[in-house]
Ligand binder design. Structure first.
Ligand SMILES: [Zn+2]
Length: 327
């Protein structure tokens, strides 16, 4: 109970400091049923730069102007179609929600189509201490909770969709305390600062969410040349009869000046195909590369085919992933 004392009554008195009510922030579990590093990754962090331009909490490039949450991106659209649950990040009570927004990429409809509904189908959950978490871009009709309902940390509340202002399947996750935006990677960091603050993530997920300047989102093999949309469809792996063997990779968070390469080797270790990109002219949210070879006259040799994806900056290796296919 707080008593109000007229200001005049305080004159001439010295009070011991009264501690503010405890505002212990919630510990957050992963708000999406996926495995960072395997089938999902963080695409964007909170923008901590108050001015024009953007900085993530490590003073890196993995954010964009005024981005107010964390984007957990699924590796493919195929995965989203199979169904990936969105989870309550902490115990709480559902405050409000929206459903009924179509699952359509704004790449085809334009951003005007979702004006005022940028979050798409979304849920807001209230937690102790005046904290709220918000979940955006859920699949139309997938929300499985009601306003007023109590939820436990980790409980499914809906599924990842493609509603609102989004071009790829992801969960946009925002944390607030009252009206103030909270960066769950840097709670309490000075306003506008990158670096400092405390992680609100549960210790069990901190390693999986460790910051990476660049990340591999996809690697794989296909039977023909491909583009981003084809990668999102999770192309079928080649068989021994495949007309061509193509190794591909997609990286996110790549920087201006980065050079990507991919090399495909046959069972005997000989290079079958290799491709090196131009230096990236600017930072890129996502970037892909592939290299492939046509089936030789005698068919594919049986055995293990290996591929190496490497990103270099100024000749220095900054990201690498090896992957393989057995025919
Ligand atoms: Zn977002």
């Amino acid at each position: 109970m707080r008593h109000t004392i007229p200001a005049a009554a305080l004159a001439g008195l010295v009070f011991a400091a009264v501690p503010a009510p405890a505002q212990t922030p919630p510990r957050l579990v992963l708000p999406i049923q996926c495995r960072p590093g395997a089938d999902c990754e963080i695409q964007n962090y909170v923008d901590r730069d108050p001015g024009p331009g953007a900085k993530d909490y490590q003073c890196g490039t993995r954010s964009y102007q005024d981005h107010d949450g964390i984007d957990f991106r699924l590796a493919t659209l195929a995965l989203q179609r199979r169904g990936v649950a969105v989870l309550a990040a902490a115990d709480g009570r559902v405050l409000r929600l929206r459903d009924g927004v179509d699952d359509v990429s704004v790449r085809s409809t334009g951003t005007g189509a979702v004006e005022g509904r940028e979050c798409g189908n979304g849920v807001v959950i209230g937690h102790e201490g005046g904290f709220e978490t918000q979940y955006c871009h859920l699949a139309n009709g997938s929300i499985s909770v009601k306003p007023g309902e109590r939820v436990k940390a980790g409980a499914a509340i809906g599924q990842v969709g493609l509603s609102g202002r989004t071009e790829y399947p992801h969960l946009h996750f925002t944390v607030r305390q009252g009206k103030a935006l909270v960066d769950p990677f840097a709670y309490g960091a000075a306003d506008g600062a990158c670096e400092g603050g405390q992680s609100l993530w549960h210790p069990d997920v901190r390693e999986a969410l460790a910051y990476k300047a660049r990340v591999v989102l996809n690697t794989g093999f296909a039977t023909r040349s491909l583009d981003m949309a084809a990668i999102d469809e999770d192309p079928e792996a080649p068989t021994a009869e495949a007309p061509a063997l193509v190794a591909y990779a997609r990286g996110i968070g790549l920087k201006a000046g980065d050079v990507q390469s991919v090399t495909l080797r046959g069972p005997d270790g000989a290079v079958l195909a290799a491709n090196t990109s131009e230096r990236l002219p600017r930072d890129q949210a996502q970037s892909m590369i592939f290299a492939g070879a046509r089936r030789p006259a005698g068919g594919w040799a049986r055995g293990r085919y290996t591929a190496d994806y490497v990103v270099r900056q100024g000749g220095r290796m900054v990201l690498t992933r090896s992957f393989e296919l057995t025919l």
